[in-house]
Write a protein that binds this ligand. Structure first.
Ligand code: FMN
Length: 328
């Protein structure tokens, strides 16, 4: 089996790899462009960007690549509709909606003839997405970076969701290398979305301290916390996480600009993620996928693609050899 292209609506993605959108300017134009240039979908994370910033990121990326660009929005964010409209006006190729569910997004994107992909964690929501007009769904399990919609693993969710819908199903969460891609394709996924692997790239513009923290941390440094958004997330145990787990009230926000529709306000998630982005170990909340410890170096996106594709192909070839009749 050759690594297939990925068809989403009328759009053909050369390689079935989506770079996960990452909030608070973790995935910006530079990373999205590099991924799009390699034949995947490069995604700008809208959450935490003001509209001017988002517009200029979209323009910068659109001018720099002929490849495919996506926008990731968190439905839980107050400004999510505005972000979608800004990106559509800047000719984004696809809109990916996570952290909540919105029917409006289908209506808006239909008017602009732009495909929508929804992040799902159950066959029921996958089916609803297809019925409302989604061009694909992303199944994200509990090993992913970012906010989580389930405690189940992607591999456990994938078969039922592939069975439930006839649109492409993309697997996400806890993938570090090309053999993971091969495994997901074999299980019926049409492609994969990877976040942490691309955070640990030269083109990701987060502070070096964020990348160094992930490269040097051990798998046992990972904790599952309940974010103020009301959803669980995987993060590295840092001073802020320790204070939060100890219910230290000194981390409660002193001011709030209501960036979320609902917030528990145990601490300011926007400030904590921004601090992480800026490399502030003391005050940052460092989200990561569970497999971060299997990624041992920060590399250019070009090399990441070469390795992912070679390892995915090798995995698929091995599987083919195993299934060939003896003596053939
Ligand atoms: C720092 C960080 C921020 C993220 N922000 C978002 C986000 O804003 N919206 C979203 O849908 N997913 C977000 N994600 C999830 C990624 O898009 C991707 O689906 C996930 O990281 C896949 O798991 P992996 O990191 O194990 O590859 C984020 C992930 C990370 C690591």
């Amino acid at each position: 089996m050759e690594i297939p292209s990925l068809k989403i609506g009328d759009m053909l993605v050369r390689y079935p790899i989506i770079q996960g959108g990452m909030a608070v300017s973790v995935s910006t134009a530079e990373l999205a462009t590099a991924v799009a240039d390699e034949g995947g979908i490069g995604v700008i994370g809208a959450t935490g960007m003001n509209m001017d910033n988002l517009r200029s990121q979209m323009r910068e990326a659109r001018a720099a690549t002929k490849g495919l660009l996506g926008l990731n929005v968190m439905v839980a964010a107050r400004e999510f509709k505005e972000s979608v409209l800004v990106a559509l006006k800047e000719k984004v190729d696809v809109v990916i909606a996570g952290a909540g569910f919105s029917r409006d997004i289908f209506t808006i994107c239909k008017e602009w003839k732009t495909p929508v992909i929804t992040m799902v964690a159950s066959a029921k929501v996958a089916r609803l997405s297809e019925r409302l007009g989604a061009s694909a769904v992303i199944v994200e399990g509990c090993d992913a970076g970012g906010h989580l919609g389930t405690e189940e693993h992607t591999t456990d969710l994938l078969p039922a969701i592939c069975e439930a819908v006839s649109i492409p199903v993309i697997a996400a969460g806890g993938f570090a290398d090309g053999s993971d891609i091969g495994r997901m394709l074999e299980l019926g996924a049409a492609g994969v979305q990877m976040g942490t692997r691309f955070l640990l790239s030269d083109e990701c513009t987060v502070h070096k301290n964020f990348k160094d923290l992930l490269i040097n941390a051990k798998a046992s440094d990972l904790v599952r916390i309940m974010s103020p958004v009301g959803l669980p997330a995987n993060a590295i145990r840092t001073p802020l996480v320790a204070k939060y787990l100890a219910q230290d009230s000194s981390i409660k926000p002193t001011s709030c600009d209501a960036c979320l529709k609902k917030c528990g306000k145990q601490f300011c998630i926007l400030e904590a993620l921004t601090a992480a982005r800026n490399g502030d170990y003391e005050h940052g909340l460092f989200f990561t996928g569970k497999r971060f410890a299997d990624i041992t170096s920060v590399e250019p996106v070009k090399k990441i693609f070469v390795d992912l594709l070679a390892d995915a192909q090798a995995y698929l070839n091995r599987t083919l050899e195993k299934s060939a009749p003896v003596g053939s």
